[in-house]
Design a binder for this molecule. Structure first.
Ligand code: RIB
Ligand code: CA
Length: 314
C-alpha cells in the first residue's frame, strides 16, 4: 500500500493486554484512531484470569468490529510467582458491569508468543509493540526470539512508576504481577517507553470528562462511561476519577507530542521483601534503557481521545 507525499502513514501496533476496564478503552482507541492500524491483539492473565481477559478481547473485537484482527491467548500467570489479579478493581468478569454479546469468532491457534514473533518478523521496523498488562508474554517472546528487539518499531508499556506504586507502596500492578518478566524485558537491550503511574494518574475521568463521554451517545452511555467510571477507590479521600492508564500507552504511539519524556535507566526489583516489582528509575544514568513520559498535555489528550471515540460512535 503506497503512502502519498504529505499523507501520514498509519502507525501499526500489536496490543498485548489484560482487559481490563482501561485495556478495553485502549482497544477502542487503537481501533478508532485512523492514524493507527491495530494488526494483532494478544492476551495475558492479569486484571482477571486469562479465560476472562481473552473472552473480553474476543467480545470487544466483534462488538467494535475489528474482526480481521487476530486475537491470541498467552500466559495465564507469571513466570515464577503466584498469580495475582485486580478483580476488586475491574470486577469479576474484568470489564465491570459491561455485558457484551458472546463472541462467535475463535481465538487464534498460534498463541500469543508465536503471534507476537510472527507479526514482528513479517514486518521488521513497522510494528509498534504495546503492552498494557503483566509482561509475561513479552518476556516469553524475547526468550524464544531475542531479535524482536530489532524488529519492533517501538516498545511501549503501561507499567511501573518512578515515585509510588498502586498495588504496594513501591510497585505498580503490571510489574508487581510478574517482576521477573519485567526485569527480563527491561534488560533485553531495547528502549522501553515506560508509561507509568506518574503519567497515567494525570489522565483522570473527571465529572467534566464523564459528561463529554456521555455526549458520545450510545457508545458513551453503554460502553465508554461504564468502563471509565466503574472503579471508585473508597480509600482515597482525594479521589478525582478513574485513571485511563492503558489508553495513555496507545495514545503515545499515535500522539507522542502530547507527552514530555525523559531518558532513564530502569531496573526492576525482584528480591525485595517490601519492594518487589518496584521500577527503580535513574534519570541521571549514562546507560538509559527507557524513555519515561513524565508530563501529559491533559486537555490535548482528552480532545484527541474523545475525538477518536466520536468517530467510533458515528
Ligand atoms: O496499574 C494499572 C495497570 O494495571 C493497568 O494496565 C490496569 O489495566 C491494570 O492492568
Ligand atoms: Ca491492563
Amino acid at each position: 500500500m503506497p503512502t502519498y507525499a504529505g499523507a501520514m502513514a498509519k502507525k501499526k501496533l500489536l496490543l498485548d493486554c489484560d482487559p481490563g476496564l482501561d485495556d478495553a478503552l485502549a482497544l477502542l482507541l487503537a481501533h478508532s484512531d485512523p492514524d493507527l492500524d491495530l494488526v494483532a491483539v494478544t492476551t495475558v492473565g492479569g486484571n482477571v484470569a486469562l479465560d476472562h481477559t481473552t473472552r473480553n478481547a474476543l467480545e470487544l473485537r466483534e462488538f467494535l468490529g475489528f474482526t480481521d484482527v487476530p486475537v491470541a491467548a498467552g500466559a495465564a500467570g507469571p513466570l515464577v510467582r503466584e498469580t495475582k489479579n485486580a478483580a476488586e478493581v475491574h470486577g469479576p468478569g474484568g470489564i465491570g458491569d459491561v455485558i457484551l454479546p458472546r463472541a462467535k469468532l475463535p481465538v487464534d491457534s498460534r498463541g500469543a508468543v508465536d503471534l507476537i514473533i510472527e507479526t514482528l518478523r513479517n514486518s521488521p521496523g513497522e510494528i509498534n509493540l504495546v503492552a498494557t498488562g503483566p509482561l509475561t508474554n513479552i518476556a516469553l517472546a524475547l526468550r524464544k526470539e531475542p531479535r524482536i528487539i530489532e524488529w519492533a518499531a517501538s516498545f511501549v508499556i503501561m507499567g511501573g512508576s518512578f515515585t509510588r506504586g498502586n498495588t504496594t507502596p513501591a510497585a505498580e500492578f503490571n510489574i508487581y504481577a510478574d517482576p521477573e518478566a519485567a526485569a527480563e524485558v527491561f534488560a533485553a537491550g531495547w528502549h522501553v517507553v515506560m508509561v507509568g503511574l506518574d503519567l497515567t494518574l494525570q489522565a483522570l475521568v473527571t465529572d467534566a470528562i464523564r459528561e463529554r463521554m456521555l455526549a458520545l451517545g450510545a457508545l458513551g452511555r453503554d460502553l465508554v462511561v461504564p468502563l471509565a467510571t466503574f472503579w471508585n477507590d473508597p480509600q482515597d479521600p482525594d479521589w478525582g476519577g478513574q485513571a485511563v492508564h492503558d489508553v495513555c500507552a496507545v495514545a503515545f504511539v499515535s500522539r507522542p507530542d502530547l507527552f514530555s519524556s525523559v531518558p532513564a535507566r530502569v531496573e526492576v526489583e525482584v528480591a525485595g521483601q517490601w519492594t518487589a516489582g518496584m521500577t527503580v528509575t535513574d534519570f541521571r544514568s549514562s546507560r538509559p534503557n527507557a524513555l519515561v513520559p513524565v508530563t501529559l498535555d491533559v486537555d490535548g489528550f482528552w480532545d484527541y481521545v474523545l475525538e477518536r471515540y466520536a468517530r467510533a460512535a458515528a
